[in-house]
Structure formats: C-alpha cells, structure tokens
Write a protein that binds this ligand. Structure first.
Ligand code: FEO
Ligand code: CA
Ligand code: CA
Length: 616
C-alpha cells in the first residue's frame, strides 16, 4: 500500500544522531575497516567479492555460470535483464513468461459471480469473489506437489472510487461491499495442461472485515479488548504482508488499521490513540458513518480499535477454524513477519512496523514449538517481544517489552497494556526509529534482511538510516547471536536504492516486498519507484550485490507478494492497485488503456521458459 499517513512517533529517540555528521553509508564504513565486529560476519561477502560482475546464462539448476576476467564465476543471477518501459502492460525478462490468475472480483469458486470489468454490486456478490489489494501470499502444497496447492492471499485495501464508483459510501450496503473486498482469501489451485486454474473446493474461503475471529495470548480476555456493546471480535483489515509457520498455517499482518476508523462527533485522540494515527476522518473510507463499530466517538465501541493491529493466523487446511489474533506479538502497524526456528526449536518472528520513524521487532516463543503444540498451546501465544536498537558500531540490541522492566512498569499496569501499546513501550525503551520498515526475510545463512522503503521526513541521519532525507530507501540486514534467540546482533546496510540508479537494468526506489530464497537470492519488489519506470521486481546477489530486474508492472501499480511451489519453478507475485483504478492509465488485465474496464489487481504466475528455478 502506498499510503503513508504521516508520522505517529513523537518520541525523541535519536540515540545516534550525533555519531555520523555526514551521510556516510554503513557499507562505506565497513569497507573502510572501521567496524570490525560487522566485518567478521559480513566482510567476506560484502568486501572481498564486491564489484565482480555476474555471469550470463542460466542452467536451470539455480545457478548461472560464465567466464569473467579469465575465471569462472558462480553467480546466482543468470537471466536476461528486463527493461522497464512504463505504460499499461507488464514486462518480463526474455527468459521468463507469465500467466494472470485470480483478478479482483473473479469468482472464489468456479462458476461464481464475476465483476467482469465493472464493480461488485452487492455485499453478497463480493463475498463470493476474490478480494482486492492483492498483497502477501503463501503457497501451501497438497502432498508437497508442485502443481496443486492452496494459495493464501491478502487483500490489503481498495479505495472507494475503484470499488464503489464513488468517493464516499452512501449507505450500509456500500460499506459492506467495501468491507467484503478486504481481508484475505484461500484458493485451491491446480495446474492443468500448463495453466493454473482455481478448483471448486471446500478450502476456498474469504476472510473479511466482518469474519468472526478469536484472540489469544496475554491480551485475550483483557478489558482492553471489551466493548460495552458486547460485540464478538470480528474482522481483519489492511492485511499487508505475511508469514507462514512450520506447522502449516498462514500469518496475515494488519497494517494501517487506523484508516478505517473515524468520528461522527467531536473527537480528540488520546496520546495512546494518536500514537497509532487514529483520527476523526481516517483515510476517508467512511465506514464509521454507517457502521458504528468503526466510530471512535461511539461509547458502545470504545475499545474496537484495540482489536486491530495484530498478527492473525489462518489455518488454510481447516476452513471452519476462525482466524486467531496473536497478542503476544504486539500491536502496531504490522507490515509482515518472517518466521524462522531458533535455538532450542523456538519460533522466532521478525516484524516491521511501517511508518516513518517506527521500529523493527522480534518475537521469540516461550519454548520449543513442537513441545508447545504437543501441550495444546500455540507457539505464538506465549513468548518474549523485543524491539531493535541499532548501535553505530555495527552491533545492536534487542530490548524486551516486558512489564518486568521498571521503565515500563512506571507507565503500564500489566503486560497486556504493554503489548496493546507496543509502540509507546518501544519509545520508552529507546528503540531506533527507522525509515519505514516493510518486509523482513531470513536468508539460508541466518542473515535477516529488512526493506526500509523511504523516509522523506528524515532530517538527521544515523548509522542505520544514513540518508536524510531518504526518498528511495535502503535494505538493512543483521545476524542475530545465539541462533535468533539472543538479545544482540551485528548489522550492515545491504543496499542503498540510490546506488542502483546509474544502472538501467537495476534502477529502483522504495523497496517493499522482499524474499530471500534458499540459494540466497534476494527478491526485491517496489512500491513508489515510478521515477524508475513502473514498479517492479528485481533479484540481488547477496555476495556481489548485483541487482537485475526480472519483471516490471503496469502504470500506477505496485508489485507485492511472493510465493513459490516447493521446487521454486513456479512463482506467484501480485500487481496491486493497477492504474490506481484509472482505466485511462491501464485496463489490466485487459491489455492497453483507455477502454471501459476498471483495472483489476491480480496474481502473476511466473515460470522460466526452460523450466528452471525462478531467479536463476
Ligand atoms: Fe502495506 Fe507498508 O505496505
Ligand atoms: Ca510500501
Ligand atoms: Ca508493503
């Protein structure tokens, strides 16, 4: 989602603003040899091999080989670079091809209603359709097959003009249609004679802003989640990026939930509400005017906003199980979560909070995930939540958000309050304000990458956010000590987007979607980089840092979401808000522009023409 509704962090956490007087990139500091701790972890890859050109030509086995300067190199990137001409149609590398599936408003089940180039006309129709705002995704294979599985997909948002054909809802039915295009979907897909098709299935389902949900973890049952109205918890909104668990479930992450709330009367947000950006007008959806649940001035729903801003678990294989909101992972504007298994079999989740000057968090489960599940406990229900402080010497500290810390006990009554107001707790601990943390991903060597999409409001650089202002963003990475469960780490800056701008095959801005594949390739998706052509997906080599474009989207869209089959020879990615809803910009997926068709978010199925691994 391109929206950036300003800055909610009034804290003055700038622990390192006096350290770097110039816009010195972390990488340059490393090459200069001034950060020995980080070099011990990253030096071999970032210094010794920097500057070697990659080889051309893939062999379909995940590596491109070629001769360079008289010796063979083993590059991870072997495909022909994709141009980025802009315009209404997508572009892909000559070595690749794509199909388009599950556009917004197409039937959830084969034979169901289709908006057919128009708009949904009733809530009942929208509930039987693929939602809008395609974002995070995961492919859950059936019996580990590469041609059959359940695709879980987020439906982040849709603006009223595109969804309703008017800027503001006129009645509750309009609001219900808008609510129904939000949330997530589970769709069973099968490849048949080379093309992927949805299957009529009991697994196919929509989760929307009105689906019944349950809470677990320290805030479940707490008065902070109760309303005088007594309404049962329902709905998930602004589902941005995603994660998945080793036990086969999908995690969908609630980002800009504040935008759906508004006020029908005089409203001044409390400090705690303001920290989450809650305001009288919201983002202009107008839900609060016709559905009191979203009205910040309605005393019957005084705590409704506390029910949003969480990480939500969906079990794709159990279509009747309600989504579960995991309060142990804290409440903030969750972009996404990268899940890995740490020392002792603990579940670890790395999470970004996407707002200017907000933070990066880590959750560590209380115990081995298998033993927790054997005891009937979700591994996401109990654990420790930390926030990151990036120190200027290339090290960092995970600060625990616990009521056991006297600094937090002085302001909060219990752990439930700490988690519900995690942003404020993180302010008090001195976390490092970042340049809009978006996706995180854990590389096969244990490095964790995070996209910091941009921050035009930064006026003072620090080591981890070295550009002020930072209009094009960067990618930071770190390595946790103690197999992801420790409280310290080493970090460096992987890439500054501005360093790609002189290279036509690599130029990008505003990195957002991110995935590091099991070979170490770094897939980067962009949101906001239109000075560099349409938004796009690129692949970076973690050692040489070469970046090469593999795909470019259509006018006005962003590229987001990444999922693969087990063999990584099929990849699913999304176009979100093509043309920003304007048919004169694009009629996607109908080719061209200027026709009557409202452009539709959709999923691309990407394959290598030679059947090789995606990215090779
Ligand atoms: Fe939904 Fe921060 O992107
Ligand atoms: Ca973004
Ligand atoms: Ca995003």
């Amino acid at each position: 989602m391109t929206v950036d509704d300003g800055i909610s962090n009034p804290s003055t956490n700038r622990p390192f603003q006096d350290v770097l007087a110039t816009n010195l990139s972390r990488r340059k500091a490393l090459i200069g040899g001034s950060a020995t701790a980080a070099i011990a972890f990253f030096g071999a890859s970032t210094v010794a091999e920097a500057g070697t050109a990659p080889a051309k030509g893939g062999n379909g086995n995940g590596h491109g080989k070629g001769r360079q300067h008289g010796r063979f190199l083993d590059s991870l990137i072997g495909f022909a670079a994709c141009p980025n001409p802009g315009g209404p149609n997508p572009t892909i590398s000559d070595d690749y091809q794509y199909d388009i599936i599950i556009p917004w408003g197409s039937p959830l089940q084969p034979g169901g209603p289709d908006i057919d180039g128009g708009r949904p006309t009733t809530e009942a129709e929208a509930l039987q359709q693929i939602g809008m705002g395609h974002d995070g995704m995961h492919f859950f294979p059936m019996r580990n097959r590469n041609d059959h599985g359940l695709l879980c997909i987020n439906h982040e948002y849709g603006d009223n003009t595109t969804v309703l054909g008017k800027g503001f809802p006129e009645d509750l039915e309009d609001v219900r249609i808008s609510q129904a295009i939000h949330g997530a979907a589970v769709v069973e897909l099968k490849r048949h004679r080379g093309s992927w098709q949805r299957v009529r299935s009991n697994y196919n389902r929509r989760v929307t802003a009105n689906t019944a949900v349950v809470f677990d973890g320290p805030v479940a049952g707490h008065p902070l989640l109760d309303n005088p109205a007594g309404n049962v918890p329902a709905g998930t909104v602004n589902n941005c990026a995603n994660g998945s668990t080793p036990w086969g479930t999908y995690l969908t992450c609630e980002e800009n939930f504040n935008g759906y709330f508004g006020a029908t009367g005089p409203f001044t947000p409390s400090a705690r509400q303001a920290r989450y950006g809650l305001s009288a007008g919201g983002f202009g959806y107008g839900w609060h005017v016709f559905d009191p649940r979203w009205d910040l001035t309605n005393p019957e729903y005084v705590n409704e906003a506390n029910r949003f801003g969480w990480i939500v678990e969906i079990d794709p294989m159990n279509p009747t199980a309600p989504p579960v909101k995991h309060t142990a992972l804290g409440r903030f504007k969750h972009e996404g979560i990268a899940v890995t298994t740490g020392r002792g079999g603990r579940i670890v989740g790395y999470m970004g909070d996407d707002e200017r000057f907000d933070y990066i968090y880590k959750f560590v489960s209380a115990a081995n995930w298998r033993s927790m599940r054997a005891r009937g406990k979700s591994p996401l229900s109990e654990g420790r939540l930390y926030v990151a402080r990036f120190d200027d010497d290339g090290t960092g500290v995970w600060l625990e958000l616990t009521i056991g810390n006297p600094v937090l006990a002085a302001e909060f009554a219990d752990q439930a309050e700490v988690l519900t107001y995690a942003r404020r707790a993180a302010d008090l601990l001195g976390a490092t304000p970042m340049d809009r943390p978006e996706w995180t991903s854990v590389a096969p060597n244990g490095d964790v990458y995070c996209t910091l999409t941009n921050n035009t409001a930064r006026s003072v650089p620090d080591a981890a956010n070295p550009l002020a202002p930072n209009p094009d963003g960067h990618i930071i990475r770190w390595r946790d000590r103690d197999q992801h469960v420790g409280t310290t780490f080493e970090w460096d800056i992987f890439l500054l987007a501005q360093d790609t701008h002189a290279t036509a095959d690599a130029a990008f801005g505003s990195p957002d979607g991110l995935w590091v594949d099991p070979d170490g390739r770094v897939f980067i998706q962009t949101d906001g980089g239109q000075p560099f052509g349409n938004n796009q997906m690129l692949v970076a080599d973690p050692k040489t840092k070469e970046v090469r474009r593999i795909f470019a989207g259509v006018d006005g869209d962003e590229i987001t979401g990444v999922a693969v089959t087990p063999d990584r020879r099929t990849m699913f990615i999304n176009t979100q808000h093509p043309g920003n809803g304007d048919p004169t910009a694009t009629n996607f997926p109908v080719p061209g522009a200027g026709g009557p068709q409202v452009p539709r978010d959709a999923t691309f199925v990407i394959t290598r023409k030679d059947g090789g691994i995606i990215g090779s």
